[in-house]
Design a protein around this ligand. Structure first.
Ligand code: PMT
Length: 221
């Protein structure tokens, strides 16, 4: 049926994977396609929300009826997300954000140097956007949702991450050869700061997105 339980709400979703440039031709990146974040944006719009999608390097068409802000690096994603969350009812961080970026950007293509192996690449920490948004709610009652890509000890790592990030819900998806990154399918457990655990069986990314919005809508009500 037609659900408009997010009508009148503004939600912010991040999607895709950040790219941290080393020089004009190289970057540190990850395998996020943006599909999970785009599915979240499209399903929220279908449920009546005003949606801002902060998209990092996803090669996907802008979803209909969604405001899309295109970014590339973690610092750009942070700036766009902080601006968008100012009047948001809920924020879902599905983007894979680089924890580190190269300490310096080299304006000419980096050359190999004979005898220097391994090449020195100094990295510095990126800000943790999800932790920042969680700690500094732009609105009272603003709901913050994180994602966690884990390869082992999924639930224990997820619980620890939820506490560390300070968000209300954490969608823990096990990533592997075929699951998570790039696939049309996902499988997850949604952990609540209130102790709840919602298992979502393997299925289309839109189905997981709808479960996330069910949990968000119930908590906003
Ligand atoms: O894009 P797809 O191909 O569809 O794949 C979807 C996905 C697997 C990328 C997605 O479902 C997912 O799990 N996204 C989060 C991946 C991730 O980077 O997890 P993490 O454990 O590194 O980060 C945890 C949370 O903190 C995430 O909400 C992330 O957005 C946020 N974060 C991380 C680092 C940082 N510096 N700032 C952040 O805000």
């Amino acid at each position: 049926g037609l659900t408009t339980d997010l009508a009148g709400r503004h939600v912010v979703v991040s999607a895709g994977g950040t790219r941290e440039p080393l020089d004009p031709v190289r970057f540190l990146g990850n395998r996020s396609s943006g599909k999970q974040g785009y599915a979240l944006a499209a399903t929220a719009a279908a449920r009546g929300a005003r949606v801002t999608l902060v998209s990092a390097n996803a090669e996907l068409p802008d979803p209909a009826g969604v405001d899309v802000v295109h970014v590339s690096t973690a610092l750009q994603l942070r700036e766009a997300a902080l601006k968008a969350v100012a009047d948001a009812d809920a924020v879902v961080m599905a983007a894979a954000v680089a924890d580190f970026r190269p300490a310096e950007y080299v304006t000419g293509k980096i050359k190999k140097v004979d005898g220097v192996d391994p090449a020195p690449v100094a990295l510095v920490r990126n800000p943790d956007i999800l932790a920042e948004i969680s700690a500094d709610r732009a609105r009272p009652g603003q709901l913050v949702v994180g994602f966690a890509a884990e390869t082992d000890d999924v639930l224990a790592n997820g619980r620890a991450k939820l506490a560390r990030k300070g968000c209300d819900l954490l969608v823990v998806n096990e990533v592997g050869e075929r699951k998570g990154f790039g696939s049309d399918l996902n499988e997850a457990v949604v952990l609540g700061a209130d102790g709840t655990e919602t298992a979502v069986p393997v299925g289309p990314k839109e189905a997981l997105a709808d479960v996330v919005w069910d949990l968000v809508a119930a908590r906003l009500a």
